[in-house]
Write a protein that binds this ligand. Structure first.
Ligand SMILES: [Zn+2]
Length: 298
C-alpha cells in the first residue's frame, strides 16, 4: 500500500524529525491540531475565510476558535457533560470510530446497520448508534447544502474538522474485539504502561516534534505534489478501508507475542515503524480534510 518512494521520503523526513523529538503535550489534541494546521495550509483562501467566519460563531468556549483547536472540539463536546447529564456523551461517543473487526470487517455491522437520518433531521441530532463514516457523510452533506442553518453548519464543520482526523487513526477504524486497542496494554521502553490505543493517539505523535506547530511544519515540508495528488483520490469509504489495513499490518500486525494476557512490550522497531506510519496518517488526514472542505465550501 505504501509506495517505495513514499517510504523513502517518510524515512528521510522522520529521521530529521525524530532527532528533535521532545516531550510534547497531548490523535489526542496534538494529533488533531497537526491535522487542522496541515489542512489550513491547503485550504483555498476563500474557503479558509468561510471556515473562519463559521467558527467565529462558536460560543461554546470549549476550545479557542482557530481551525487547529476547533479540530479538537468534538472530543471536548463529547466529554463536556461526561461527569454530569451525559447527554452529549451518549449522543456522540460512538460517532468517533468505526470498529471494523480484524477477523471479519463489515461496514454495516460497524455502523449499526447504517441508520438514516429522519427526513429534514439534523446530523447533530442523529442516532447515537452510528459510526464515524456515516457521520462524515452526513455532516459533509450539511456543509455543502445551502439550506443548512447557521448553528447546524457550525456544528457540521466542527465535527468534520475532527472526524476526518479520527478516520486516519488506525485504531479508530479497526478492532480486535478490544475496543480499538483499549483492551490491550502496551509498554514503550522508558515510559509507563498505557493502552495500545493511547500509544497510537498520543505517544507516536509526540515523537514527531516538540509541539503541533513544529510537527505540522515538518510534515508539510515532506508532502510532495505527487503524494498530495494521490491522497486526494477516493472517498471516506476508501480512507476507512486504508486505515483498517494500516491497523492490520502495523498497529496490530507488528505486535510482539504478549508478555502476559493482553500485555505487550513494544520493541524499538515497532515504535519507529508506528511513528513513521503516524506521520503519514497525519499528513494524509490534513490533505484530505482540506480536500473535503475545499469541495464542500467552494
Ligand atoms: Zn474523536
Amino acid at each position: 500500500m505504501l509506495g517505495i518512494k513514499s517510504v523513502l521520503c517518510r524515512i528521510a523526513c522522520i529521521v530529521s524529525i525524530s532527532l528533535l523529538s521532545g516531550s510534547a503535550g497531548a490523535w489526542g489534541d496534538e494529533g488533531h491540531e497537526v491535522i487542522g494546521l496541515i489542512a489550513e495550509h491547503y485550504l483555498e483562501p476563500a474557503v479558509r475565510a468561510r471556515v473562519e467566519s463559521i467558527l467565529a460563531g462558536d460560543t461554546t468556549q470549549l476550545t479557542s476558535r482557530d481551525i487547529a483547536h476547533e479540530a479538537t472540539w468534538a472530543d471536548k463536546y463529547r466529554d463536556s457533560d461526561r461527569d454530569g447529564a451525559q447527554t452529549h456523551y451518549f449522543q456522540s461517543r460512538n460517532w468517533h470510530f468505526i470498529n471494523l473487526e480484524l477477523d471479519g470487517p463489515s461496514v454495516n455491522a460497524a455502523c449499526y446497520g447504517r441508520p438514516r437520518l429522519t427526513p429534514g433531521g439534523s446530523a447533530s441530532r442523529g442516532p447515537a448508534n452510528d459510526c464515524l463514516l456515516d457521520k462524515i457523510y452526513e455532516f459533509t452533506a450539511e456543509l455543502r447544502s445551502p439550506s443548512t442553518g447557521a448553528e447546524e453548519r457550525r456544528l457540521a464543520l466542527q465535527f468534520v474538522l475532527h472526524f476526518i482526523g479520527d478516520l486516519h487513526q488506525p485504531l479508530h477504524a479497526s478492532d480486535d474485539h478490544d475496543q480499538g486497542g483499549n483492551g490491550k496494554r502496551a509498554l514503550v521502553q522508558g515510559a509507563r504502561w498505557n493502552t495500545l490505543h493511547h500509544e497510537w493517539d498520543k505517544t507516536f505523535v509526540a515523537r514527531l516534534g516538540r509541539n503541533e506547530n513544529e510537527i505540522a511544519r515538518q510534515l508539510i515540508a515532506c508532502i510532495t505534489p505527487a503524494q498530495r495528488a494521490r491522497w486526494s483520490t477516493g472517498r471516506p469509504d476508501d480512507w476507512a478501508e486504508e486505515s483498517f489495513l494500516v491497523a492490520k499490518a502495523h498497529a496490530y500486525g507488528r505486535l510482539p507475542a504478549p508478555r502476559s494476557a493482553f500485555q505487550y512490550r513494544l520493541s524499538a522497531a515497532y515504535v519507529e515503524d508506528a511513528t513513521a506510519v503516524t506521520a503519514e496518517q497525519l499528513s494524509k488526514a490534513g490533505v484530505r480534510l482540506a480536500l473535503v472542505l475545499n469541495l464542500a465550501l467552494q
